[in-house]
Design a protein around this ligand. Structure first.
Ligand SMILES: Nc1nc2c(c(=O)[nH]1)N(C=O)[C@@H](CNc1ccc(C(=O)N[C@@H](CCC(=O)O)C(=O)O)cc1)CN2
Ligand SMILES: Nc1nc2c(ncn2[C@@H]2O[C@H](COP(=O)(O)OP(=O)(O)OP(=O)(O)O)[C@@H](O)[C@H]2O)c(=O)[nH]1
Ligand SMILES: [Mg+2]
Length: 461
């Protein structure tokens, strides 16, 4: 990492949500933390306080002598801290004005405002955590279900990091042998090292494959099951979204073509995380706006992990219904017969004869049999993630993409060796795979990536 002048100066931020609460915490990290806090603190001399103590006193504006608040100040001295630097945490009364005033005083007395994620970034730069653990910190803050929290907590404990480190070590061990042979060509073991490189590649690929297998489940646990509600116009899709989100986010009218654009909402249905997507009714149309909506519906359908296909059971199946039944046939799907309160012209049985997907008859309007639908969603979800006790999981696209890239590089090594290409050429991709895996943990990640990644964090984290 290039070290700029501002990289290790003392940073400050409010680490609790901005609002009224019991207590707020203003944090500092860096060499000057204790000195800066001591300028504002009336109580014991903080520069003499032992590490990991919390100290009672008052924050006083040193310029005016004005007493700002009664506080508790934690003194945390490097290296055994969250950032590996000296840290100060001021626990003040939880109010917007008082918290901001204390932050302003820290800034006026030598601290710099932290950037989003900068505390966590320092934990990374100073070697306490790797990039996968930093990503997990963000995931645990954003977790919307207990399952998502569980996956993040395991990743934060370093499971994925260790796995990647082991794979890199395996490549490195082989590379060490290869180097010996390239340096001493007379020690004629080219074929031996080529074979060793190919063998190691195969072993690492199979480990990568095992990790990649967890990616889909990891994504679902982290982001929720992408669930598209589809059907022709007016069958009750938006009504269903509103029911499941217990809101009136989507506009519902008796006019066909009410929903023009996709609408996404996160919900937890019986503890199952769903990223619900309400879509525009799919049908043939010449209307310019509606056409775009229909295209978006089709896109949503394509990326969905689960499809709720809605049919109006009070009317005979139309050709558009039939087309949608076909278009969603190879998706994980629940067929929902809605509007049963109006009398049914389609029976669950006649559909069940046509497909293996569960068929549920409901009335969204009258809230009939809705719990049956929710239970079916839950069953489908858990049938898809039976391995959820997996200790090590890949949970985001960055990790998945890099694993796939490393796999591709190792496949190149195998094919080079198979084709008798010289060892030092095959070695380029082999070393490349080692680098690519290092990007996952951050051992060989470019600065721009690091900056970009941490900028997505919350302020004060
Ligand atoms: N008040 C407060 N609560 C908090 C945090 C914090 O920074 N402040 N955390 C911030 O996110 C989380 C806790 N995470 C932490 C992670 C590591 C260390 C730490 O000091 N690690 C050292 C020493 C460990 C030890 O004593 O054995 C280390 O790893 O070297 C502290 C907090 C959640 N709660
Ligand atoms: N009788 C009855 N009417 C319903 C039921 N569910 C929805 N409706 C009504 O059907 C009409 C259309 O509902 P929406 O939820 O807007 O349908 P949609 O599928 O989102 O329609 P588009 O956005 O136009 O594609 C509204 O008048 C709803 O009140 C139901 O179970 N029974
Ligand atoms: Mg709608």
């Amino acid at each position: 990492m290039a070290q700029t002048l501002t990289e290790f100066d003392t940073i400050a931020a409010i680490s609790t949500p901005i609002g009224e609460g019991g207590i707020s915490i203003v944090r500092m990290s860096g060499e000057e933390s204790v000195k800066i806090a001591n300028r504002l603190f009336k109580g014991k001399d903080l520069t003499k306080a032992a590490s990991h103590t919390i100290n009672y006193g008052h924050i006083v504006d040193p310029k005016t002598g004005e007493m700002i608040d009664e506080v508790m100040v934690s003194v945390l001295l490097a290296p055994k801290t969250a950032t590996r630097e000296d840290m100060i945490e001021i626990n003040c009364h939880g109010g917007i004005v008082v918290t901001n005033r204390i932050l302003q005083l820290l800034l006026a007395n030598g601290a710099r405002m932290a950037e989003p994620g900068e505390f966590t970034k320092r934990a990374f730069v100073n070697g306490r955590i790797d990039l996968t653990q930093a990503e997990a910190v963000m995931d645990i803050v954003r977790a919307k279900t207990d399952k998502a929290r569980d996956v993040a907590a395991k990743q934060m404990a370093g499971g994925l990091m260790q796995k990647i480190k082991d794979l890199r070590q395996e490549i490195l061990n082989t590379l060490a042998n290869v180097e010996v042979n390239i340096d001493y060509p007379e020690y004629d073991a080219d074929t031996v090292t080529a074979k060793e490189m190919a063998d190691t590649s195969k072993r690492v690929i199979s480990e990568i494959d095992a990790l990649l297998k967890t990616a889909n489940e990891g994504k679902i646990l982290r982001n929720g099951l992408a669930t598209a509600i589809v059907g022709r116009p007016n069958v009750g899709k938006s009504s269903l979204l509103n029911y499941l989100t217990q809101s009136d986010k989507a506009i519902v009218t008796d006019v066909a073509g009410t929903t023009r654009d996709t609408l996404e909402e996160f919900v937890s249905v019986n503890g199952v995380p769903l990223e619900l997507i309400d879509t525009a009714g799919i049908h043939q149309t010449d209307d310019k706006v509606e056409k775009i909506g229909v295209e978006r519906s089709k896109k949503a359908l394509k990326r969905a992990d689960l499809v709720l296909l809605l049919l109006d059971s009070s009317q005979e199946l139309t050709s558009e219904d039939q087309e949608l039944l076909q278009a969603t046939a190879d998706k994980k799907r629940i067929i929902v017969l809605n509007k049963t309160d109006l009398g049914m012209k389609i029976t669950p049985q006649e559909l069940a004869d046509q497909t293996a997907s569960p068929v549920i008859a409901v009335s969204v309007l009258e809230k009939q049999h809705m719990e049956q639908l929710e239970q079916t969603i839950k069953d489908l979800f858990f049938s898809g993630i039976e391995n959820s006790n997996e200790q090590v999981m890949v949970t985001n696209q960055r990790q998945t993409g890099l694993l796939a890239k490393a796999k591709g590089q190792l496949e190149e090594v195998i094919s080079a060796v198979d084709n008798g290409i010289p060892v030092d050429i095959a070695q380029i991709d082999f070393t490349g795979a080692w680098d690519t895996l290092g990007e996952i943990t951050g051992d060989s990640a470019p600065d721009e990536l690091i900056t970009q990644l941490f900028s997505q964090f919350c302020l004060g984290k």
